[in-house]
Design a protein around this ligand. Structure first.
Ligand code: ZN
Length: 201
């Protein structure tokens, strides 16, 4: 994803102020380690917030490339790591995203599922909104029989306030179609995603 020069310039300005503030706290910001920190920090921050015009176009292209479904079993992609920031504090959130859908006619490549989750996650957004947007995309845009999304988010804003790391984890889920109508299908999905990962090799 390309960096947006106008947004980047504003982020750099903002981080220059942050570095000044750090100096007020008694840190030596004239130290060699702070040279170009504002620029590096701004780029790093921008990586967590994608330009939405580019992101939307990529999501559209991604969802348009499907294969004909040979089977109509549950397709599941488990424990994908994605990054974003929360809109309330602009602090990073690390997500672990699991998602599933039951195809009707179209299937998406497995790597595409993971890419979709990572694309939608980048930005200042509520974990709840991300959960539902992902569930909608896998149900409506793939015209699937149903979809399910389960997200655990480790929120730095909660961790930094001194809440224990465990309490800083927020869990959200969203279900559509058959996952909503059929409790057994929903339970099968939840059981699969909460089971501890077993290393294959
Ligand atoms: Zn927050």
């Amino acid at each position: 994803m390309e960096l947006n020069p106008a947004a980047l310039a504003l982020f750099v300005e903002g981080y220059q102020k942050i570095v000044e503030g750090i100096g007020v706290l008694g840190f030596d910001t004239q130290d060699a380690n702070f040279v170009d920190t504002a620029v590096r920090a701004a780029k790093g921050f921008h990586e967590l917030i994608h330009d939405q015009t580019q992101a939307r176009a990529e999501v559209e292209t991604l969802l348009a490339k499907t294969f004909p479904a040979k089977y109509t079993e549950m397709v599941i992609s488990k424990h994908n790591t994605a990054f974003g920031v929360c809109p309330h504090h602009l602090l990073p959130v690390i997500y672990r995203i699991s998602m599933a859908y039951i195809p009707t006619e179209k299937v998406l490549g497995l790597s595409k599922l993971s890419r979709l989750a990572r694309l939608l996650a980048r930005g200042p957004r509520l974990q709840e909104d991300l959960t539902h947007e992902l569930a909608d995309a896998l149900h409506e845009q793939l015209q699937s029989q149903g979809s399910a999304v389960y997200i655990e988010g480790l929120h730095m804003c909660m961790a930094a306030r001194g809440v224990g790391a465990h309490e800083a984890r927020l869990v959200t889920s969203g279900v559509r179609g058959v996952f909503l109508e059929n409790p057994a299908t929903r339970e099968e999905f939840i059981k699969l995603v909460v089971a501890p990962s077993i290393t294959l090799v």
